[in-house]
Design a protein around this ligand. Structure first.
Ligand SMILES: Cc1ncc(C[n+]2csc(CCOP(=O)(O)OP(=O)(O)O)c2C)c(N)n1
Ligand SMILES: [Mg+2]
Length: 325
């Protein structure tokens, strides 16, 4: 049995994950309808990594994302309305309609607009970590990366720099077994990517990335170290995407038995089970949360549709961020 605070937290974790799942499903539907420009890389199935890592962060802490940013951004607190409007390339979007799906973010809540170059967020996270340290704040940076990033040069340079300078960076590697259509075993000899952190003298953990509680506990240990000056941590979060890599991907390259086994370990189902088994909430509580989230998403679609398009003069605004980090 959980106390009131613990119950509230686990219901909060579920709400955020449900929001991400339903937001992504809505985007997929709207995209297929053909009313949304650009492309999509979706994060269904990876909700627990985003929410577990970011739930307890402060607004002043930072997060860098990848080409698959929606879950990360929603979990860091970017508003659903501004995310949706960005997908419609509208002026009220979080990048004023000029960034699109692969660049969502909002610096006012610490979500650095996403960088779609594989591994590209890592040196940026290290730079922000260095800034936090030099300014003597106790803010931290969570840096998301995919398994595909671990063979990029930027990975090794960033890991080394973060380690030698003892920076407050938490590397959250979402190992979903694939880089686009390539299975990890075709490009990497080792089974656990986390052990690479040993080469830089950096602590690491391997975590069930579909279990939001386990991710959240590992995040708490890593954030605790970073905040108190003990330096970076590498977390390998083992997970799986339910969606294709990007639009029009039927995942023909994936083994069907592998898919079945992972789909049974759905992060939302696991969290629901915790809630009901631990009596943190009832079926009715969950239904209320789900109803609220679905309304939020419908409202965001209306908001996005009625938002104006950017004008030519807008091309020259918001090009540089003048606040400094
Ligand atoms: C440097 C670079 N190379 C190639 C690409 C094209 N690309 C986009 S996503 C992707 C796969 C990335 O896989 P991973 O890092 O495992 O992330 P996941 O898609 O699984 O979330 C590739 C190759 C890119 N964006 N940047
Ligand atoms: Mg991957």
């Amino acid at each position: 049995m959980l106390d009131k605070t613990e119950s509230k937290k686990i219901l909060g974790l579920y709400e955020k994950m449900f929001l991400i799942r339903k937001y992504e499903e809505k985007i997929y539907f709207l995209f297929l309808e053909g009313i949304m420009p650009g492309t999509i890389h979706q994060a269904q199935g990876q909700e627990a990594t985003a929410v577990g890592m970011l739930f307890d962060l402060r607004k002043e802490d930072y997060m860098t994302s990848t080409h698959r940013p929606a879950g990360h951004c929603l979990a860091k607190g970017v508003s659903v309305n501004s995310m949706m409007a960005e997908m419609f390339a509208k002026r009220d979007g979080c990048c004023r309609g000029k960034g699109g799906a692969m660049h969502t973010g909002d610096i006012s809540v610490g979500a650095i607009p996403a960088i779609a170059i594989v591994g590209g967020g890592m040196p940026v996270a290290v730079g922000i970590g260095l800034s936090c340290k030099m300014r003597k704040t106790d803010n931290v940076v969570v840096c998301f990366l995919g398994d595909g990033a671990t063979n990029e040069g930027a990975f090794h340079e960033s890991m080394n720099a973060a380690a030698i300078w003892n920076l407050p960076v938490i590397f959250a590697c979402e190992n979903n077994l694939y880089g686009a259509s390539t299975h990890i075993s075709k490009v990497t000899k080792i089974k656990d990517l986390a052990v690479r952190a040993d080469a830089y003298g950096m602590p690491w953990e391997i975590v069930d990335g579909n279990d939001v509680i386990k991710v959240n506990e590992a995040a708490s240990r890593a954030v605790g170290r970073a905040r108190t000056g003990a330096g970076p941590t590498f977390l390998e979060l083992k997970t799986y995407r339910r969606s294709g890599h990007s639009r029009n991907d039927a995942c023909g390259y994936r083994d069907k038995q592998e898919e079945k086994e992972w789909f049974e370990k759905d992060p939302l189902t696991i969290c629901r089970k915790y809630i009901l088994d631990l009596e943190a909430g009832s079926i009715e509580d969950l239904e209320l949360i789900e109803k609220k989230v679905l309304e939020q998403i419908e409202n965001a679609v209306e908001f996005a549709k009625s938002s104006p398009s950017p004008q030519p003069a807008d091309a020259l605004t918001n090009v540089y961020f003048e606040g400094g980090i």
